[in-house]
Design a protein around this ligand. Sequence first.
Ligand code: FPP
Length: 250
Amino acid sequence: MSKKLQSINLNNVPNHIAIIMDGNGRWAKKQGMKRVFGHRNALTAVREAVAAASEIGSKFITLYAFSTENWNRPKLEVDALMSLLVSSLKKEVPDFHKNGIKVNSIGAIEKLPKKARNVLTQVINETSHNSKITLTFALSYGSREEIVNAIKNISKKVVNKEIDIKNIDEKIINNHLYTFNLPDVDLMIRTSGEQRISNFLLWQMAYAELYFTEVLWPDFRKEHLFDAIIDYQNRERRFGKTSEQIDTNA
Ligand code: FPP
């Protein structure tokens, strides 16, 4: 067992970890290669992050794989990311089963190319009975778009008298987000030194601890996730309460 893993308190791990996997392009450029080379070399990091999260007992991990804004990248790069998604999802199915990984997705999935949509739906269905950890891919995902859609859907229900305005609360809003079946994020990790949230899970991260590392995503390994967990465990999550209240569990 790694030294870092040993120093983690397994009774206080984040239930839901969200990751902004950033720095693939810079990683490739550093080696004089094209950006796509970075994306292709990002899969080991994905496997390591999911395995590490599962090892410490986190139940949910959500990865920002493609944002609504990423559609504006050169077509060649978008196409490469989509075919990488198709080929890697297919290839990973035996491992998903072996490791109890249930695959899920959030985002405007209907905007993905048909092939990607079909493979994703198939893998989600095939892994739906796995229960060790839920791996959610955020694809064509934007938090503001998600909130706009939720407001539209709730408004329709108000007009149809299915919901009374006075009953609209956080729970109803939660139930209309892509993440309706996921808990709030406890820890958000972003790689590559950028310190932004970039339209990722804005509502769901209201009380998340934020962790930023200089490591470029293709270099990210289990040990880096354990570093983030150790940092998380040294913080005091007060949820608006005082330290004294947290100490006495009041
Ligand atoms: C950010 O790096 C990364 C992305 C926009 C795509 C994330 C995709 C992967 C990690 C590929 C594997 C994932 C799946 C689900 C198959 P960047 O390109 O913005 O890097 P840069 O900031 O250095 O340019």
